[in-house]
Design a protein around this ligand. Structure first.
Ligand SMILES: Nc1nc2c(c(=O)[nH]1)N[C@H]1C(S)=C(S)[C@@H](COP(=O)(O)O)O[C@H]1N2
Ligand SMILES: [Mo]
Length: 315
């Protein structure tokens, strides 16, 4: 009997999900194996490890502590100021938020601007499951199995013109549905940005699900950004607009407190936040603090995007 044949009351959703992924990985089915392998390797049985880790795990800096966080952890400890500033507020306050229908506006320096229903916007792309380390600027972190599409796919379809240099993302503005927008924590709507080459990097994802299920509201339903080598605030939630621009977009946190948050937001353990160290992190669900890695452990993949840049000044 496979584990998924057990009644759901006997198993946690995350164990079923991860078991299935282990099976797919062992069978060589996962196209995104390079990306998911580190976390899979960490929880895979010893026999499977020998064949998986050398080829798949090593390039992504597999660490023994990189086990996926539980579904409960991932969905109950967040930042999403539109629903309150406490870590447990988003889950408590976002339950009634409706995300259907959902329109995504694509505009700016593109050959195919338009308003797309979310389903049509995503349909031409293949959904992928990828387990990423995630690091918040507040020095906590998680390992999360996301589901989504490569951001590069969506941008390619929009057809950036030769003048396009940056991508700007904007969250829904609707204070009736997002009660936190009635408070002036930030200059709403929340917005974020990437340089076009960062946005085209294969690790950058537009995410619609977690643990193989639809994204819960508190995690940014129905569409959010995930950029695993950058601090969590880049991962803008509940996106309604993607705009290609020639000038560097303003971003919510660097506008609010420019002395503490920059445009690049790359994880760099050598550059402290003005009020605390970034050298270590607290992995949610674990006891000891662990060292923070350059580019959150994705340096082999992304460091070349920043060659020649001073990452102390461009924080
Ligand atoms: N619209 C919006 N997106 C947001 C935020 C927010 O307040 N509003 N917080 C960010 C921060 S600081 C973090 S750490 C991540 C945390 O959410 P996650 O754990 O679901 O990735 O969401 C990011 N995206
Ligand atoms: Mo964050």
């Amino acid at each position: 009997m496979t584990r998924s044949a057990l009644p759901s009351s006997e198993i946690t959703p995350e164990s079923v999900y991860l078991d299935r992924r282990r099976f797919l990985a062992a069978a060589g089915v996962l196209g995104a194996g390079l990306v998911v392998a580190p976390a899979l390797g960490a929880c895979a049985p010893a026999a499977a490890d020998a064949s998986q880790q050398g080829s798949l795990g090593t390039p992504y800096g597999l660490q023994p502590y990189d086990k996926p966080n539980s579904y409960e952890d991932v969905t109950s400890y967040n930042n999403f100021y539109e629903f309150g500033t406490g870590k447990e507020d988003p889950k408590a306050n976002a339950q009634q938020f409706t995300t259907k229908p959902w329109t995504v506006k694509v505009e700016g320096l593109v050959s195919k601007p338009g308003d797309y229903q979310l389903e049509d916007f995503l349909k031409p792309s293949k959904m992928e499951d990828r387990i990423y380390r995630m690091r918040c600027v507040e020095a906590w972190s998680m390992v999360i199995p996301w589901r989504g599409v490569p951001l590069a796919d969506v941008i390619r379809r929009a057809g950036p013109t030769s003048a396009a240099k940056y991508v700007e993302f904007t969250t829904l503005y609707d204070p009736k549905r997002m009660p936190g927008q009635g408070m002036r924590y930030l200059d709403w709507p929340y917005n974020e940005g990437l340089r076009l080459d960062e946005a085209m990097h294969p690790l950058a994802m537009l995410v619609t699900g977690v643990y193989g299920r639809d994204l819960p509201n508190q995690n940014g339903a129905p569409l959010r950004l995930v950029v695993p080598w950058k601090y969590g605030f880049k991962g803008i939630k509940s996106i309604v607009r993607i705009r290609l621009t020639s000038a560097m977009p303003k971003t919510a946190w660097s506008e609010a407190i420019p002395s503490e948050y920059g445009f690049y937001a790359n994880v760099n353990p050598e550059v402290d936040h003005p009020r605390w160290s970034q050298a270590t992190e607290r992995r949610i669900g674990q006891f000891r603090r662990i060292p923070t890695l350059m580019f959150n452990g994705y340096a082999d993949q992304v460091a070349s995007l920043y060659s020649g840049m001073d990452l102390r000044r461009n924080y």
